[in-house]
Design a protein around this ligand. Structure first.
Ligand SMILES: Nc1ccn([C@@H]2O[C@H](COP(=O)(O)OP(=O)(O)OP(=O)(O)O)[C@@H](O)[C@H]2O)c(=O)n1
Ligand SMILES: C[C@](O)(CO)[C@H](O)COP(=O)(O)O
Length: 232
């Protein structure tokens, strides 16, 4: 175990909502596969010591080739993921040997070094942290008949992004408990909530989108062009 931070990048999804023949994490923006763009941001941070990439079983080889071609020297392992994101994260964290770990979606390539650093600092001061943005719309609860049943107070609503940063030992315990309890979560913070550990919110930017559906590709292409022009 070393002190400091590592990152698990999860990119083993099927991209069913995107519906492209090529999995969305391997589409090119700004001249590079999306997952390479994402790993590169973490690889450049001096305080990130180790990166583990979790991807599809059939994609391990091409990811290893990209990692070598793009000089992503902090990637210590590329491993096949699981059926659900939660399982992919669990497999990833088992490969980590840093005290702290950040979990990040391979399909969030527009996260900035500033946001990642804010998330790190909040985790260190509060114990665990997720990047998130205040919700801009009014959110309604709707029942199966399409009728509104409530309007939660918008002041208390945040849309949660990644990275999400945890002490490796606590995240491991949270995943193990979830597995024993059959508890399924859509993000890692939920697993800490399940075992009663606090997680703080670090305010991020609306630009840190998760590339999920086809219209996100238009935004990604626009952002990719900007990246190429500015060299950032
Ligand atoms: N079994 C899975 C499912 C998802 N992910 C990863 O988790 C991130 C966020 O998931 P999402 O956007 O939902 O991706 P997909 O599961 O690929 O998309 P969909 O739900 O549309 O199939 C992505 O980087 C995805 O590759 C993963 O590593 N393993
Ligand atoms: C972790 C996450 O990115 C937070 O927004 C998200 O929950 C993962 O993907 P999902 O399948 O779209 O929920």
């Amino acid at each position: 175990m070393t002190t400091g931070f590592g990152a698990v990048i999860v990119a083993a999804g099927k991209g069913s909502r995107m519906g492209t023949r090529e999995s969305k994490q391997f589409l090119h923006i700004g001249g590079k596969p999306i997952v390479v763009q994402t790993m590169d941001i973490f690889n450049r941070l001096p305080w990130i010591q180790q990166i583990v990439l979790v991807t599809g079983r059939d994609d391990v080889e091409r990811c290893e080739a990209w990692i070598s071609a793009y000089g992503l020297d902090k990637v210590s392992a590329v491993i096949p993921g699981g059926r659900e994101r939660q399982e992919s994260v669990y497999l990833g964290i088992k490969q980590m040997h840093t005290e702290w770990v950040m979990i990040h979606d391979g399909v969030r390539p527009f996260v900035t070094t500033e946001e990642i650093t804010t998330c790190r600092d909040t985790a260190v001061s509060e114990g665990a942290a997720v990047l998130a943005v205040p919700v801009k719309d009014t959110i309604k609860q709707v029942n199966g008949q399409g009728l509104i049943t409530g309007t939660p107070d918008r002041q208390s609503l945040w849309a949660v992004h990644t990275p999400q940063a945890f002490r490796l030992s606590e995240l491991m315990r949270a995943h193990e408990t979830a597995q024993q309890d059959g508890f399924a979560a859509t993000d890692d913070a939920m697993l800490l909530e399940h075992i009663g550990l606090p997680v703080a919110v670090a305010e991020g930017k609306y630009s840190n989108i998760k590339i999920t559906t086809p219209e996100d590709l238009e935004y990604a292409a626009f952002m990719g062009r900007n990246k190429e022009e500015t060299g950032s």
